[in-house]
Design a protein around this ligand. Sequence first.
Ligand SMILES: [Zn+2]
Length: 336
Amino acid sequence: MMKSFIQGMPKAELHVHIEGTLEPELRLRFAARNGIELPYQTADALAASYDYNDLASFLALYFDGLKVLRTERDFFELTYAYLQRVHAQNVVYAEMHFDPQAHTSRGIAFDSVINGIRGAQDEARQELGLRSRLILGLLRDMSAESAMDALEQSLAYRDWIVGVGLDSDEKGNPPVKFRDVFERARAEGYNLTMHCDHLQDNSVEHIRQCLDVIGVDRIDHGYHALDDAALLEDVRRRQVCLTFCTTSPPSNPAPRRANELKSALEHGLNVTVNTDDPAYMRGYYLNEVLLNTQQAVGLSREQLTQLARNAFRSAWITREERGEFMAALDAYVGGT
Ligand SMILES: [Zn+2]
């Protein structure tokens, strides 16, 4: 029953990395097309090789995987596959991070990356009625100068990008390292978000910097806001959106941070559920992650509806779009 309720509910995803949707089958296809050798020849063998136990070992896997992406066509097919898949799950809106520095540093043109992604977005809008927008993801383990370069390159596509985010390895790379970059991004009219991941050093301090120094609109992950009473109260009062990802690693199907999610809902935080990098997290997309989380901690229909509402409320969309999505959600919940 909960399964069909989740399946049918109109939903938005606010935290997914398009490179993290590279399913093993696609990775093999792109590798073959681009003449790249992979250590495994079948999707099952590739998937079985996916293992990690912390952010650093996850990132090694993620950056290794995306090396097969070389042409505009690759980025088109990657993005269209994701959009098609989530459309079948009744996701009606998606905001996708992309990491241009992970590609330009390999000699791939920024234009090839964004033109491929954008082509798929346009086709999904036309063919499926699915709307989506892009977030420029900056890599925090690279320099602030490199981030500023990527930001400046993005300006040629200003209308295609709705916000700027910060991801990759948080260790030793606090939000303040990118203060100037995000100040510039704000001046260019971008919305701002930053990752504050699980089990990092100085998590509470990093969330504090996001709020007080950077002035973010959202925080990606942000579980450790629950660790500090004053911070928790601040996040609650400001209703800053926290994009939780109650995903599961290959080694364990149990959803991570599900208890924190329930607690955040009970504290009245503006929290959402997202899939982050589904191809590396058991292939669980939004419906699977929501159901898995619901089963683990017993979320009610009201709580599931609240999660969907929070996502539409916090999405970087127009007032008209928000009204339309909320009305569809209300109609769905009222009719089931
Ligand atoms: Zn992420």
